[in-house]
Design a protein around this ligand. Structure first.
Ligand code: SAM
Length: 388
């Protein structure tokens, strides 16, 4: 259990089928007629047969008790949801063109974050303000004809889910044990691996002449967010700019395996590319390709096909340029995730103008995208392409 003193927040995790079933059985017993169960159900396709069957029975139990039971489904699973709940008049459903990177339930006095891969898991968050916030968010969506995407504020609260202790438990169920072990090996050399340019030329990653280059891998919670986000958005074709030792690449690739997808990653420094290649081999993952060279040259020369997701984590000063090169490669509805807005925001001003700018007439913002900043670690901006 994880608790945060000031907020009086308690987080419990339940992982694996056995704990999942037990939790839902207790919940069904605990709920009373005056209670409610509101779910955003957009990850249903990840549920296996017996979980689906179990949840169907759970909703029938709620019907017997006359509990206010509502679900907002992602439109893509409308047919399946209607079929599953056709024998239950108590459950009220709405279908929306909805994209939220997390499975969410508000019930009784708590928020539940649900996931189905690699095994079902529940992160139970007991936090009054978060609970109220998500109740309002659910009702706002329920009463609106349009889908209201997560607001900045709601996304900010979403970070509560990424509690290391909670994720650690879930990680223990992973099928990619070897890949996870490789990420831990990279963590061990994070502070000791060093490289000094032989030439004195001022170049990428070398802000000061003679500066020592390190790995600069993302923190683990950002890496886990990347993996979770890849699974939740069902991204299959992923491009990463800035490989280093391949730490974030491995998390992206672990996520992509659930979608039968793959990751192409770009790295300019040969020494790092060699290190990453070794790590990819060790990880046993077969869905990674590495291209060595400058991102700009590679983006101009190579054909990538339409991408679902791009992770930008290289030379910040060129993000604006990459944005222009990447937009034609990104499919409508796809995402660009960019790291380091909190520590290197000043170096990516043109990028920020494009993705975060205001909607005022003279703003530099690109109207084909909408963005949210997630206050995780060094600041992660999630940008979605809404128009071609
Ligand atoms: C912050 S590190 C990447 C860390 C990695 N994403 C992770 O979290 O494990 C940035 C990497 O981008 C590489 N890089 C910098 N400029 C580049 C460019 N123009 N083209 C390709 N790679 C570049 C650097 O050599 C460095 O390894």
């Amino acid at each position: 259990m994880y608790s945060m003193g000031k907020n009086h927040q308690k987080i419990n995790t339940y992982a694996g089928k056995e704990e999942f079933f037990k939790y839902y059985e207790n919940l069904a017993n605990e709920l009373r007629a005056e209670d409610f169960y509101y779910a955003f159900a957009f990850q249903n396709e990840y549920q296996s047969g017996d979980i689906k069957k179990y949840l169907k029975e759970f909703h029938l139990k709620l019907a017997e008790k006359n509990i206010d039971d509502r679900a907002i489904f992602d439109k893509t699973i409308e047919a399946m949801a209607k079929k599953t709940y056709s024998n239950n008049e108590n459950i009220q459903t709405k279908f929306k063109d909805f994209h939220i990177p997390v499975g969410l339930v508000v019930t009784k006095d708590r928020v539940l974050q649900l996931g189905w891969k690699p095994e079902p898991f529940i992160i139970e968050i007991n936090n009054k303000s978060l609970f109220r916030h998500y109740c309002d968010f659910f009702m706002e969506n329920w009463n609106s004809s349009e889908a209201i995407e997560f607001t900045k504020e709601a996304l900010e609260k979403f970070k509560y889910a990424f509690v290391p202790e909670a994720l650690q438990r879930i990680n223990n169920l992973r099928d990619n044990k070897l890949a996870l072990k490789t990420t831990q090996e990279i963590e061990k050399i994070e502070n000791s691996w060093k490289y000094k340019h032989k030439s004195n030329k001022r170049d990428f990653g070398q802000k000061v002449k003679g500066e020592t280059i390190k790995l600069w891998s993302v923190p683990r919670s950002t890496a886990e967010l990347l993996e979770f986000f890849t699974v939740a958005t069902k991204s299959k074709k992923i491009l990463e700019i800035g490989t280093s030792a391949g730490y974030s690449t491995l998390y992206l690739a672990m996520g992509a395996t659930y979608n039968k997808g793959n990751v192409v990653t770009l790295e300019k420094l040969k020494e790092k590319a060699d290190l990453a290649m070794g790590n990819f081999k060790k990880s046993g993952l077969k869905n990674i390709s590495l291209l060595v060279g400058s991102a700009e040259d590679i983006l101009k020369k190579n054909k990538f096909g339409k991408l679902d997701m791009i992770f930008l984590d290289a030379d910040k000063e060129n993000y604006g340029k990459y944005f222009d090169l990447l937009m034609p490669l990104l499919k409508k509805g796809g995402f660009i995730v960019a790291d380091n807005v909190f520590d290197y925001g000043h170096m990516m001003k043109d990028y920020l103008d494009k993705v975060l700018g205001t909607k005022l007439p003279n703003s530099q913002s690109d109207r084909r995208v909408i963005s949210y900043t997630l206050p995780i670690d060094n600041g992660v901006i999630i940008t979605r392409k809404i128009k071609d």
